[in-house]
Design a protein around this ligand. Structure first.
Ligand code: NAD
Length: 289
């Protein structure tokens, strides 16, 4: 090798070493995420994770005060804004997306997470329970996804829609008719939206958590007591009970669900759409209710 060639090789080796040491941009830098139900539990953990990975976050929840606290925690107006929105209300959803566009210039990552549980035994479940449950989770995610698709198609930059469904979307458990049926509806929307939006570069995926007791408003407000009665355990021991019935013997926390949302949207799974990722420490795989 000639001297000049040797010099060139050394020069490029040095350059490459320099590049390896350079700080890399965060994976979600430049992305704008809107997370429904982000004032509490799983949604709040998702908002925190997407923000930590570089996204600007719209914290959307019907509980405006708690949503504002989350937005503040994430760094205030440059990083996160709160919008008060009830996902059963079409106009409020349109306003929320408009507010997001005003704050950050658009939205390209949407997480349908808002939810409640009105689970009861079949004979105690009223038509009003059924309607409200479906209004919030099935109809609400449909409306939010439709608005997301509208905006994402106009932006022509592709995007991600993620549904937080549930293990209960697939497997039947006791005293759960309204909630589980709605989750199944929501879960099938993932495939239907994926089929319709693929050609626009919009990927739609689902996450199926199970047994996220800690931090969950749903568990704290009645669902926990109901499940404890169904399984014959003390409510305080429910987290431990859920952990023990998993294959991994691990409790599922909101952060684990957030990790799945990031895995689906963070940039590596570019060719994955219409998929449901279980975050249940193995409960569904082992067919355990
Ligand atoms: P959570 O109560 O802590 O969070 C739900 C959030 O949704 C709340 O902030 C609430 O204000 C908001 N919300 C409810 N109705 C709304 C509406 N109409 N419009 C806007 N916001 C609304 O409960 P969580 O356990 O964190 O549940 C979050 C999601 O995860 C739900 O969709 C739930 O079904 C799903 N999920 C939870 C578990 C679990 O084990 N906790 C398991 C599977 C799926």
């Amino acid at each position: 090798i000639e001297e000049s060639e040797k010099f060139r090789i050394e020069y490029w080796e040095l350059e490459e070493a320099k590049l390896r040491r350079m700080p890399r941009p965060k994976p979600l830098a430049g992305r704008i995420a809107l997370v429904t139900g982000a004032a509490s539990g799983i949604g709040r953990a998702i908002a925190r994770r997407l923000s930590a990975e570089g996204a600007c976050v719209v914290v959307a929840d019907r509980n405006g005060a708690d949503a504002a606290a989350v937005a503040e925690e994430l760094g205030g107006p440059d990083q996160a804004v709160a919008v008060t929105v009830d996902v059963t209300d079409e106009e409020q959803i349109e306003t929320a997306f408009a507010a997001a566009s005003l704050a950050f210039g658009g939205v390209d990552l949407v997480v349908n997470n808002a939810g409640i549980s009105l689970s009861k035994p079949l004979l105690e479940t009223t038509a009003a329970d059924w309607d409200l449950q479906h209004d919030i989770m099935a109809r609400g995610s449909f409306l939010v996804s439709r608005e997301a698709a509208r905006l994402m198609r106009t932006q022509a930059l592709g995007g991600d829609i993620v549904h937080i469904a549930s293990k209960n979307a697939v497997f039947a458990g006791p005293n759960n008719i309204a909630y589980a049926a709605t989750k199944a509806d929501q879960a099938h929307q993932v495939r239907l939206l994926a089929a319709e939006l693929g050609e626009y570069g919009i990927r739609v995926n689902g996450v199926n958590p199970d047994g996220v007791v800690r931090g969950s408003g749903i568990f704290a407000s009645g669902w926990g007591a109901q499940r404890a009665a169904v399984y014959g355990v003390e409510e305080e021991k429910l987290g431990e009970f859920y952990a023990q019935r998993t294959l991994l013997k691990r409790e599922v926390l909101p952060e684990h669900v957030a990790a799945a949302v990031f895995a689906l949207t963070g940039g590596d799974l570019t060719h994955t759409t219409g998929l449901h990722v279980p975050v249940d420490a193995g409960v569904a795989a082992a067919f355990l209710r």
